[in-house]
Design a protein around this ligand. Structure first.
Ligand SMILES: Nc1ncnc2c1ncn2[C@@H]1O[C@H](COP(=O)(O)OP(=O)(O)O)[C@@H](O)[C@H]1O
Ligand SMILES: [Mg+2]
Length: 325
């Protein structure tokens, strides 16, 4: 059984337009103009237990909506979802005890209390026994290097510290499935790295299933075995990051080492010169012309080595998400 599975999952938000002003308000009592947003349009995906999958897409693609349906916060308009064999929107306690949703831009901890107080309430809610709770919190707090922070009022913590406390709160019941929606958004580089390392460790230790959205390609590159890309509510790609760059990048980067120094001017007709240092040149070439250009260069210059560089994934994703949108 897959840990997470959806078939043709859809969500259409319906809201009622309100015209501004008093007259508008009165008018809308009688004629309610509906606006519909098709946020998720038939998403089918499947994650095995223990997978760590990146869920990527531009703003407004439908990622958060999908995660909310998967964690039972939102009802799908149609289609089915199954998490650990349960239907999320039924919100069965057995399911809720085994899943978690972490949202980077929405705090769940009580602002005016120390995080510890929230942990204790959650412990009761999830019915975690005392010994286990203590072990788990100690472990999480240590892994996140939070030790001296959990007894401070949440409002007095830095954004990074707050996010770490959120993670402890979300994970103290040892969920089997964790949905992470932009867990590192807006954090400084050091906190981002700490959280990334922490998630890697958590995944190894708990063998939990993680579905992660992030705008930071480094999170995705370091953590995810597989990615699913969604755009305008539909899945447009599933595979590894490498597959993605192969599929969507329309150029290849050649690294050429010449026997003798060459001039940039001599290379211009072959492609875009990215860099040229002494005998080594980096050249971007349209994907369809790689073979032709390579052989042309080999006959024109004395080349001692040629290789194709990995394409910059961040660049690929950026162009994928901005092209003609
Ligand atoms: N509560 C809501 N009511 C109406 N439209 C919404 C609501 N929440 C999100 N949307 C719209 O649904 C689409 C998908 O949003 P969202 O799932 O938040 O995307 P993402 O997380 O990928 O940025 C967007 O067009 C957004 O404006
Ligand atoms: Mg979102």
């Amino acid at each position: 059984m897959a840990a997470i599975e959806t078939v043709d999952l859809r969500k259409t938000y319906v809201s009622h337009k309100k015209s501004p002003g008093v007259i508008g308000a009165v008018k809308s009592l009688f004629t309610r103009e509906k606006t519909e947003v098709e946020a998720v349009k038939g998403v089918s995906l499947s994650l095995e237990q223990g997978e760590l999958v990146g869920f990527l897409g531009p703003n407004g693609a439908g990622k958060t909506t999908t995660l909310k349906m998967l964690s039972g916060i939102l009802y799908p308009t149609s289609g089915t979802a199954s998490v650990l064999g349960y239907t999320p929107n039924e919100r069965r306690p057995e399911m809720l005890r085994q899943i978690s949703l972490v949202m980077g831009n929405k705090m769940q901890l009580w602002w005016d209390l120390p995080a510890w107080d929230s942990f204790v309430v959650l412990k009761e809610l999830y019915e975690v026994d005392d010994a286990k709770f203590k072990r788990r919190v100690d472990h999480l707090v240590e892994a996140l290097q939070l030790t001296d922070k959990i007894h401070t009022q949440v409002r007095k913590l830095s954004l990074g510290e707050r996010m770490k406390c959120e993670l402890v709160a979300a994970l103290l019941h040892s969920p089997k499935v964790v949905f992470l929606d932009e867990p590192t958004i807006g954090l400084d580089v050091v906190s981002q790295k700490r959280i990334r390392d922490f998630l890697k460790e958590l995944h190894e230790e708990d063998n939990c299933t993680l579905l992660l959205t992030s705008h930071y390609m480094q999170d995705v590159q370091e953590l995810c075995d597989r990615i699913i890309v969604i755009d305008h509510g539909s899945v447009i790609f599933e595979g590894t990051l490498q597959d993605l760059s192969r599929r969507f990048s329309d150029s290849r980067r050649l690294r050429l080492t010449f026997e003798h120094p060459v001039e940039a001017a001599d290379l211009l007709s072959f492609g875009t010169v990215v860099s040229l240092e002494e005998n080594v040149a980096l050249l971007d070439i349209p994907r369809s012309q790689v073979a032709a250009v390579t052989s042309a260069m080999l006959s024109r210059f004395q080349v001692s080595d040629v290789s194709i560089e990995e394409v910059d994934i961040e660049e690929v994703v950026r162009s994928l998400f901005t092209e003609g949108k």
